[in-house]
Design a protein around this ligand. Structure first.
Ligand code: APR
Length: 181
């Protein structure tokens, strides 16, 4: 059975996306930081911080959910990626767990459209190619259970990396969707 490929690769600011849920690359406190975490907290407003205090943190590889508050997305799924060391500290397994935990939590809340940043590839230093392979493999695993799965890249370069990774992974006949900014 061929499935319609519902994975989109975008370049842009995830805080602007009007989807059911955006995923935040958070830290274990869930109380904000820099990068996409900082951007999401800035866009969502102070109520997000107050709400996240009630979540009492999050372990690496797990995910917790909040309302979107002032971002267009209805919900925010906060997940904590692994800090890259040298690849022998279960980094790949933990990053996979971030995507799976986020997808499973999204399914519990009937999320149909979801956007991910490139988790762990900024401050946490995960090599972009390896991280993209993990992200795309997880998205392909869940593609039949969502209307839209978006990889929201923050640079054209990252988007092209995701596209080449997706093209390498999908069977002939499925056409990856590449929607430029
Ligand atoms: N929209 C989409 N992607 C973004 C945005 C944005 N507004 N801002 C940054 N990014 C991208 C980065 O370019 C990178 O590709 O998100 C990816 C993840 O980078 P980070 O935000 O640095 O996240 P991560 O590497 O997982 O490190 C998490 O950084 O900000 C702190 O509190 C956070 O301690 C945590 C750590």
């Amino acid at each position: 059975m061929t499935t319609a490929l519902m994975i989109e690769i975008l370049t842009g600011d995830i805080t602007k996306l009007e989807v059911d849920a955006i995923v935040n690359a958070a830290n274990s406190t869930l109380l904000g930081g820099g990068g996409v975490d900082g951007a999401i907290h800035a866009a969502a407003g102070p109520l997000l911080h107050d709400y996240c205090r009630t979540l009492k943190g999050c372990r690496c590889g797990e995910a917790k959910l909040s309302p979107g508050f002032d971002v267009p997305a209805r919900r925010i799924i906060h997940t904590v990626g692994p800090v890259w060391k040298d690849g022998t500290h279960y980094e790949a397994a933990l990053l996979k767990a971030c995507y799976r935990s986020s997808f499973e939590l999204a399914l519990q809340y009937e999320v149909r459209t979801i956007a991910f940043p490139a988790i762990s590839t900024g401050a946490y230093g995960y090599p972009k190619q390896e991280a993209a392979e993990i992200a795309v493999a997880a998205m392909l695993e869940y593609q039949d259970r969502f209307e839209r799965i978006i990889a929201c890249c923050f640079s054209e370069r990252d988007a092209m990396l995701y596209l080449s990774t997706l093209q390498a992974m999908v069977t002939i006949g499925d056409r990856p969707q590449f929607i430029p900014r």
